[in-house]
Design a protein around this ligand. Structure first.
Ligand code: ATP
Ligand code: MG
Length: 352
């Protein structure tokens, strides 16, 4: 309890002072008063010191907070700025170098994902370029021959007695062109995912019999013996008949085409755990191990060791693979150089 608290000018001390009056009680009644004087500048100085400490602490904290914020924001914004720059140059078709990973946080994961995306884009871009180069090459070769034959006939460089031979060759070349264009269109349609299956119950034995019948002449010409084995007389599968036929045809065509004269080709179909497994095997020249992984890639053809390559465009197996996968099945190749090749594909037995 204070009786008085005041700021006043003391003439004796010639300065401002604060004084406080405190009562002195004796037996419950005020018996006197204690007056305490303190020069105001002393108090002011203490207050000033306190304020100074508060302000300095605030200023230092603010400065520290700003520095920390700046460092953190730089750590976040710098890599993002970098990613943004690389993304912009990516849009211009520049796929150079991966981004260096920074830290272990979200930014690092973003960088990793960005690199992954960039590399996938690069692969797709390379495939696109390869595809265009291959297609133009494959189209140009027969076109150039056809043009040459016709020009030879028109310019009379090819005499009348030889004209039929060259016209026939031009006709064969148009057949090749036709097959190529059809294969390309089919592959493009399959890869766009717009092809629907016409499922029906297919008698496997009957289908393979039909295919073998159609190829008997070709096999006989090359003196290749065809062996068919089907487990169960009445094996059926729910599948798209035309597409299943094409898968087997593409594989059988290869077996006959790449086999040596006098070789053997086997076609097997067997049921195994609700699956139907087809095997087309030959005892031809085989495929080198390091090539096996590429043969399902479009336009990929294995260089023949003899230098004499059978005609083809390298689309047959890509189409077969797409068709097998459209049925929910899988396809693989087993081969040994000098021993032969076995193409195996499995389709779900219930056709689902
Ligand atoms: N049975 C086989 N024996 C040896 N090599 C094979 C066999 N099957 C495929 N190959 C190799 O795999 C490559 C790719 O086969 P694919 O059927 O895709 O194309 P292609 O036969 O060259 O041409 P296309 O089938 O389009 O007329 C072939 O060029 C060949 O080198
Ligand atoms: Mg082929």
């Amino acid at each position: 309890e204070t009786l008085v608290r005041k700021k006043t000018f003391s003439d004796q001390l010639n300065m401002y002072v604060v004084f406080v009056g405190l009562p002195v009680y004796i037996d419950g009644t005020i018996s006197g008063v204690i007056l305490l004087f303190s020069p105001l500048n002393q108090v002011n100085k203490t207050l000033f010191d306190v304020y100074k400490i508060i302000w300095i602490t605030a200023a230092v904290s603010l400065a520290l907070a700003s520095v920390v914020t700046f460092i953190i924001s730089r750590r976040i914004s710098k890599p993002i700025e970098h990613i943004q720059k690389v993304a912009a140059s990516l849009a211009e078709g520049n796929f150079a170098g991966d981004l260096a990973p920074v830290g272990r946080d979200e930014i690092a994961r973003l960088t990793e994902t960005f690199n992954y995306m960039k590399n996938r884009l690069w692969q797709i871009e390379e495939m696109r370029k390869d595809f265009i180069a291959n297609v133009s090459h494959e189209l140009r070769t027969p076109l150039t021959s056809i043009r040459g034959f016709i020009q030879g006939i028109l310019d009379r460089v090819i005499g009348p007695e030889e004209q039929e031979k060259y016209l026939r060759r031009a006709y064969e070349e148009t057949g090749r062109l036709n097959r190529l264009v059809n294969d390309l269109l089919q592959l493009a349609r399959l890869q766009s995912g717009n092809v629907k299956l016409n499922r029906e119950i297919v008698q496997v034995g009957e289908l393979i019999g039909e295919i073998v019948e159609e190829h008997r002449l070709l096999a006989e010409q090359r003196n290749i013996s065809l062996h068919v084995e089907i487990s169960g007389d009445n094996t059926t599968i729910v599948a798209d008949r035309d597409k299943l036929k094409q898968i087997i045809l593409n594989l059988l065509n290869n077996a006959l085409k790449y086999s040596n004269e006098g070789g053997k080709v086997w076609i097997n179909a067997l049921k195994e755990d609700k699956k139907l497994i087809f095997k087309i095997k030959d005892n031809g020249p085989g495929i080198p191990e390091d090539e096996l992984q590429y043969i399902f890639t479009k336009f990929h053809r294995v260089e023949s060791s003899s230098g004499q390559q059978a005609p083809g465009t390298g689309l047959g197996l890509s189409i077969a693979k797409e068709l097998v996968e459209l049925h929910g099945g899988t396809i693989m190749a087993r081969s040994a150089v000098g021993c032969g090749t076995e193409m195996i594909f499995a389709l779900p037995g219930d056709g689902k």
